[in-house]
Write a protein that binds this ligand. Structure first.
Ligand code: MEV
Length: 319
């Protein structure tokens, strides 16, 4: 039988999480160290999901899979009928709820598998339309960044409501990505920032709006700094550290993230910040070279601040 499968990968937001929801720019990279594959097989009387987080009838899937269930029902409604059933097999090593885009990647892989089953072409606009639909179920008011970076194979510069632009840059530096092992709830952190942004208390509202704008300025500066023929390590480090400061001010960091970020800075990182929705999840560090990155990975292995870590060149060619 023809294998009906769809794939996607994780994502790493370099800068702009949360502020991107309010129209500020963001930069994100595909994170291919973690990937997902969805396989579909037509089935008889009911649809059944096999995944690490749940195995059982699709209709009884837990709330955290609402987006997948909603997407499945909408795609069946748009192209087939609710009497068409499938076995859905999800094979993923993207840690869930850690800011690496697991929910968007699951949607993108599922949409690709579904269109493969239909034997239909899948233009990017259609893929993004369905992925945005699923992301709205996942966390209310998504910017669309996660859907785009898990759908495309290259680093992106993205502003909400605009077409994502490929973003090319080269640096001799490296990134270390680490996972606190603690779940972050993006829906909740996005809501908390929204509450502060629209707070009835003027001082809170003003401070939040100012921080969001400042994150936008930092991201624009990072874009410029990365486009320089020889990006300055000091400049990049100052911008990344400043963004972490702002994210902490928005209260989307967490004690475990702060602890891990400090630990990285004490073990060779020139800068570190959280990545993704925060409240837990992953963080990354900028290091001057591969050797420092390898030592940092070793130091993380000996500490409770990360359950997993990865090393990658900080360059769009290798992403
Ligand atoms: C989550 O990965 C990124 C956020 O900026 C939310 C969004 O862009 O929709 C926190």
């Amino acid at each position: 039988m023809r294998e009906i499968c769809g794939k996607s990968h994780g994502k790493l937001i370099l800068m702009g999480e949360h502020s991107v929801v309010y129209g500020q720019p963001s930069i994100a990279l595909p994170f291919r160290a973690v990937t997902i594959q969805v396989k579909l097989e037509p089935a008889g009387n009911y649809s059944y999901l096999f995944s690490d987080i749940y195995e059982g009838p699709v209709e009884e899937a837990p709330k955290k899979l609402d987006a997948l269930v909603g997407l499945f029902n909408r795609l069946r409604h748009d192209f087939l009928s609710s009497h068409d059933h499938f076995l859905i097999k999800v094979n993923s090593n993207i840690p869930v709820e850690r800011g690496l885009g697991s929910s968007a990647a699951l949607s993108v892989a599922f949409i690709r598998a579904f269109f493969n089953y239909l034997g239909k072409d899948l233009p990017n606009e259609v893929l993004l339309d369905y992925a945005d639909f699923a992301e709205t179920i996942s966390h209310g008011t998504p910017s669309g960044l996660d859907a785009r970076v898990t759908a495309y194979n290259q680093p992106l510069y993205f502003k909400k409501g605009e077409t994502a632009q490929p973003f090319h840059f080269h640096t001799p530096y490296w990134l270390v990505i680490a996972d606190t092992g603690i779940s972050g709830n993006t829906k909740q952190t996005v809501k908390n920032v929204r509450d502060a942004y629209e707070s009835p208390f003027a001082s809170r509202q003003i401070a939040t709006q100012k921080t969001i704008k400042h994150l936008g300025v930092l991201t624009t500066d990072l874009t410029q700094a990365l486009k320089a023929p020889q990006p300055s390590l000091e400049k990049l480090a100052a911008l990344i550290n400043a963004a972490q400061h702002d994210l902490a001010a928005l209260q989307v960091s967490s004690p475990e993230l702060s602890w891990g970020i400090d630990y990285m800075r004490q073990h060779g990182a020139v800068a570190a910040k959280l990545t993704g929705g925060g409240g837990g999840g992953c963080y990354y560090a900028l290091v001057p070279d591969r050797q420092t990155g390898e030592k940092l990975i070793q130091a993380l292995a000996d500490s409770p601040s990360a359950c997993q870590s990865w090393l990658m060149p900080f360059s769009s060619e290798s992403n």
